[in-house]
Design a protein around this ligand. Structure first.
Ligand code: 1HN
Length: 348
């Protein structure tokens, strides 16, 4: 590839443009669209239905053994606006992962951070640096940057969950590293309560400051649906509002759970809707319970449990509930916040 050569009818100027191109230089005065009044957004609003994700995951489960799929049986949501890149929105990877009965997705680690939101089932444990985290429907499980993680299914049923990674962001920063886990047999641990939850999962109670771990991410690695459910219903009771959003936070600092991803739980009362808002940064959402409509830009997507939605930057969105609607979402907001680029507005 060579530098773009600009052309003009003025022969002398045209010569200059040729010589500039020879030196891999470009004239700013010919460059269009660098600074736009509002963000240029390549990703488009999109919905992947649970029905298709489940059916196709199941077919892959029969046809593709885990070792053939680079250790994971994952169907990547590829946004139609991103020219075939396996990214759900420009900064986030989102996928459905299908793990069959008694299968193991072996340990590895990478600098892109991941989170899992469990769509259905129970009986899978994710070991994060050896700590066994049980996975059940509605749970949020973190696998922070560079932590070893493997998944093993102890059940006779398959399990399906949504993976979200900051991979496109880390790839853009050219900071992707990857390493296989130890090749010797890892002990397939299970536990009803993880070490992380024993230490950091007690409401309002933490080890004294001097005894706390201080990683860049939340030391609490699992957020259980029963707690989320209770917190959402209490929030609605407390405010009397039609709609509640709660942020999952690092209990030691009150900050986002990981440096690159903000996680939120939303509940809309049956027959109600959330305000129409837009924010800078990209968001992935999935429906956990209920049904309704997700308005994203010009689209009105009917949504059911397990559907995955792409909500691109600066695109107005709202949730409309038929029955009470519970939605999990995650975004790159901590990065925009840290850089002073986060903007949010409510539209009438
Ligand atoms: C990964 O490690 C997992 O551990 C899932 O479950 C999806 C997508 C891209 C790169 C690594 C997992 C992934 C991934």
């Amino acid at each position: 590839m060579s530098t773009r050569r600009f052309e003009t009818p003025d022969p002398e100027l045209d010569l200059l443009y040729r010589d500039l191109a020879d030196q891999d230089l470009q004239p700013l005065w010919e460059l269009k669209g660098l600074l736009t009044p509002t963000p240029t957004v390549r990703s488009v609003p999109h919905r992947w239905t649970a029905k298709e994700l489940r059916a196709l995951g199941e077919r892959a489960g029969h046809l593709v053994p885990i070792d053939r799929g680079g250790d994971r049986r994952v169907l990547a949501c590829a946004n139609p606006g991103l020219d075939g890149a396996p990214y759900a929105v420009s900064t986030l990877w989102a996928a459905a992962q299908y793990l069959g009965p008694h299968e193991v997705a072996p340990a590895h680690r990478h600098t892109p951070a991941a989170l899992r939101f469990v769509l259905e089932g129970t009986g899978v444990w994710t070991l994060v640096d050896g700590d066994p985290l049980a996975m059940s429907a509605g749970d949020l499980i973190l696998t922070p940057s560079w932590s070893f993680h493997e998944h093993h299914n102890t059940a006779d049923q398959p399990m399906l969950w949504m993976d979200v990674l900051d991979l496109p962001m880390v790839a853009a920063l050219e900071a992707v590293f990857f390493e296989e886990g130890p090749s010797e047999e890892v002990e397939r641990l299970t536990a009803t309560v993880s070490d992380s939850e024993r230490r950091y999962g007690n409401p309002g109670l933490l080890p004294p400051p001097g005894l706390r771990a201080r990683p860049r991410h939340s030391p609490l690695l699992a957020y259980r649906w029963a707690d989320t459910d209770l917190a959402l219903s209490r929030r609605l009771d407390a405010t009397g509002a039609e709609f509640a959003t709660l942020a999952y936070v690092d209990p030691t600092r009150g900050t986002d759970v990981m440096p690159t991803m903000r996680c939120e739980a939303h509940r809309v009362r049956g027959g109600s809707r959330s305000p129409l808002v837009r924010q800078t940064g990209s968001r992935i959402a999935t429906v956990f319970r209920g049904s309704g409509v997700a308005v994203v830009g010009e689209h009105r997507f009917d949504v059911a449990p397990g559907d995955i939605l792409a909500i691109p930057s600066w695109t107005p969105w709202r949730l409309e509930a038929h029955d009470p609607l519970d939605v999990f979402s995650t975004s790159d907001a901590p990065v925009l916040d840290a850089l002073g680029l986060y903007r949010e507005e409510e539209l009438s």
